[in-house]
Design a protein around this ligand. Structure first.
Ligand SMILES: [Zn+2]
Ligand SMILES: [Zn+2]
Length: 349
């Protein structure tokens, strides 16, 4: 049996590279040779806290780009040689939410890299269930695999600003200077925001390349609130997007938004610290809307590929490092210590 290299999540804090059989191509699915897979902030969180449902011994990774090398005999939609980008979510197609088109909220939502083997490997086989209810999109002509692998990260940012209607003239504050925060800057600009303020800590210098109107060190959140309110006409921002994996920052967002403004909680936080304490009176008297945003609709991945192809999202600026499958843990460290925005795995290094 031919083997491939894969980086496998063994248990909390332990990822090991091992030889695994190249998966067989399902009759109703495809076999893909992977050329790039991004390391997601969510992967780093799962590495430290465990996969959903306590799943172990799984190949992680879901920001995948590659080329189809085999198609099952029942598959007509794809051909060997097709270049494709993948995103992780697989919906059921039958629940209350799926029937209404809200596939990201599916009641029995599954993911590549958790419920199915993911992209930290040289090959991935997708069963028919993923072809019909997951995300697999052709890579636009001329786009590299690296750029295509970045599309998944952008998908949820585009969807978040769409759901929450960031629009012409909005003064937008983004808390978080990771790749997601920087994406929010680019997407807000594309949607016509009049002022974009990015608050961050570790990656401020990297975030500068995305040219927010104001880039502010958020090491002292109390002082920053006043400054942001002043920059937003003295009344506060129209919308504040929290793109850091901590609840501590959410009250700051409430304090910086204007009356009847929107605070969006973007991105998950570690389960052991998921309870937030917010000033209820601020929300009540100021009619503040506190909203969640998760994942994307079925058009999400293709929207992101278009935004990258058109240059509205400058994928190159995010891709600061590339590692081999043996160095996945090192790649995660680079993300955590602020040295890199997006780290890609090249499984053939
Ligand atoms: Zn991701
Ligand atoms: Zn469903």
């Amino acid at each position: 049996m031919a083997l491939m290299k894969a980086a496998v999540f063994k248990d909390i804090g332990r990822i090991e590279t091992e030889g695994r059989p190249i998966p067989a191509c399902p009759d109703d699915g495809v076999l893909i040779k992977i050329y790039a897979c991004g390391i997601c902030g969510g992967d780093v969180r799962n590495y430290h806290n465990g996969l959903k449902g306590g799943i172990k011994n799984q190949i992680m990774g879901h920001e995948i780009a590659g080329q189809i090398v085999k198609t099952g005999e029942n598959v007509t939609r794809f051909q060997p040689g097709d270049r494709v980008a993948l995103a992780p979510d697989v919906s059921c197609g039958e629940c209350w939410y799926c029937k209404r088109g809200m596939v990201n909220l599916c009641s029995s939502h599954k993911m590549l890299g958790t419920h199915f083997p993911g992209g930290y490997a040289q090959y991935i086989a997708l069963p028919g269930e993923v072809l019909s209810h997951g995300f697999i999109e052709p890579i636009p002509e001329g786009m590299s695999y690296d750029h295509a692998a970045f599309a998944e990260t952008a998908s949820a940012v585009i969807a978040c600003q769409d759901y929450n209607n960031v629009s012409l003239g909005d003064r937008v504050v983004i808390i978080g200077d990771g790749p997601v925060g920087c994406l929010h800057v680019e997407v807000a600009r594309a949607r016509g925001a009049s002022k974009i303020i990015l608050l961050g800590r570790e990656k401020l210098e990297l975030a500068r390349a995305f040219h927010p109107d104001h880039l502010i060190d958020n090491s002292n959140p109390g002082e920053v609130v006043q400054k942001v309110r002043e920059l937003c006409g003295g009344i506060g921002a129209d919308i504040v997007i929290c793109a850091v994996p901590t609840v501590a920052i959410q009250q700051q967002a409430i304090d910086m938004v204007r009356k009847r403004g929107r605070v969006v909680i973007y991105g998950g936080v570690p389960k052991k610290n998921e309870i937030s304490s917010l000033n209820s009176n601020s929300i009540h008297y100021n009619e503040i809307m506190v909203l969640g945003a998760f994942s994307y609709p079925s058009t999400g991945l293709s929207d992101a590929l278009c935004a990258i192809a058109s240059g509205k999202i400058t994928a190159d600026k995010y891709l600061t490092a590339k590692v081999s499958l043996e160095d996945v843990a090192k790649g995660m460290e680079m993300i955590e210590n602020g040295g890199a925005l997006k780290v890609l795995i090249d499984p053939w290094l």
